[in-house]
Design a protein around this ligand. Structure first.
Ligand code: X2X
Length: 338
């Protein structure tokens, strides 16, 4: 098939004439801003449910000018791939763990320093306060806009198909999946484990085929992504809290009219608040549910785990890598770590 150049030019001219006359061809009835939101989390997770609600409200409040399509569950690729896509503009909005974002913005992994936040009150004062603001500024320098409040993922617990993790020695040589992130790898190396960096999109099959023995995630993810089907034990190590920053391509965001930015930011902010409440409710019931599904729980003493990390130089290493200013902001919330 050849393209008739003259006809092509005529068609272009024709649609320009239609537009000038205020007549929109049928295909132009699409929203003025068609945007893509992608995540790594199943459809039934509060993070996906709440963003879908927000997208509907945004469409209504902008009178159809902004249409955000949501692509959950790694439909557009694994996290590493989606991070490249939000940078290039192929994806517009992308919630991502700060620790995975660390591959681009070194500072963004700081909330993953093990045993930093003793409870949720501390998490939210740090992430909604000075520490979070400092991270968002660093993201902006990398060309990513970050919404004020991050989503909750949760305190992470270790699961295994081979044995329960009771003491730090149980992690010696343990083959564990970790997300793609320098801090995560360093943490499990400090425990003497063999961490394998694997995107979440591949985790279920990596556990099922026993490429790795275990993984670590909040109980809500273990439940919603059905990881309990391919794991036997769950050790409540609570070794770190992890959340997802809602990132947007910086150029796309800066190019949106201010009134539309305001409507999107308001609705995303409200969705995050509701998501955090949903997660808190889920946390009340999830352990009992997973027990009923057959997962065997134990609650290890956390003191020796933290002592192992101190001895291995984990805290000193990350204090040097993040630098004194960032570390001081972390310790403002965590208390002295190193
Ligand atoms: O990849 C994971 O383990 C997950 C789902 O918790 C994150 O998004 C970091």
């Amino acid at each position: 098939m050849t393209i008739d150049r003259r006809k092509f030019v005529q068609t272009l001219g024709g649609s320009a004439a239609l537009a000038a006359a205020g007549i929109r061809p049928a295909f132009a009835q699409a929203a003025e801003f068609q945007l893509k939101w992608a995540n790594n989390i199943p459809v039934t997770h509060p993070s996906t449910i709440r963003v879908k609600e927000a997208a509907d409200k945004i469409k209504a409040e902008t009178k159809g000018r902004v249409d955000i399509q949501v692509f959950p569950n790694n439909q557009l690729g694994g996290d590493t791939d989606m991070l490249s896509q939000v940078r290039s503009g192929a994806i517009d909005f992308f919630p991502l763990s700060g620790l995975i974002l660390q591959t681009l913005v070194p500072l963004a992994g700081i909330n993953g320093v093990a045993f930093a936040f003793k409870d949720y009150a501390t998490v939210w004062s740090a992430m909604d306060g000075d520490l979070g603001a400092f991270i968002r500024e660093a993201n902006a320098k990398a060309g990513l806009f970050t919404f004020d409040k991050c989503l909750d993922n949760g305190y992470r617990q270790i699961t295994s198909s081979t044995k329960p993790i009771v003491t730090p020695a149980d992690l010696n040589g343990f083959k564990i999946r970790v997300p793609v992130s320098p801090l995560w790898t360093s943490l499990f190396k400090a425990f003497g484990a063999s961490p394998a960096s694997i995107n979440f999109s591949e985790v279920y099959s990596a556990l099922q085929t026993k490429v790795v023995e275990g993984q670590e995630n909040p109980l809500s993810i273990i439940q919603i992504a059905k990881l309990y089907e391919v794991q036997k034990y769950c050790s409540l190590t609570g070794h770190m809290w992890d959340g997802q920053w809602v990132l947007a391509n910086g150029k796309m965001w800066a190019g949106l009219p201010k009134d539309l930015q305001a409507i999107i930011a308001k609705n995303v902010g409200e969705a995050v608040v509701k998501q955090r409440e949903d997660m808190a409710r889920l946390n009340d019931t999830v352990e009992a549910d997973l027990k009923a599904k057959g997962l065997i729980f134990n609650s290890p003493d956390k003191v020796p785990f933290r002592a192992t990390l101190t001895k291995a130089g984990f805290y000193e290493e990350w204090k040097a890598k993040f630098g004194p200013e960032a570390w001081a902001k972390l310790e403002q919330y965590s208390g002295k770590l190193a």
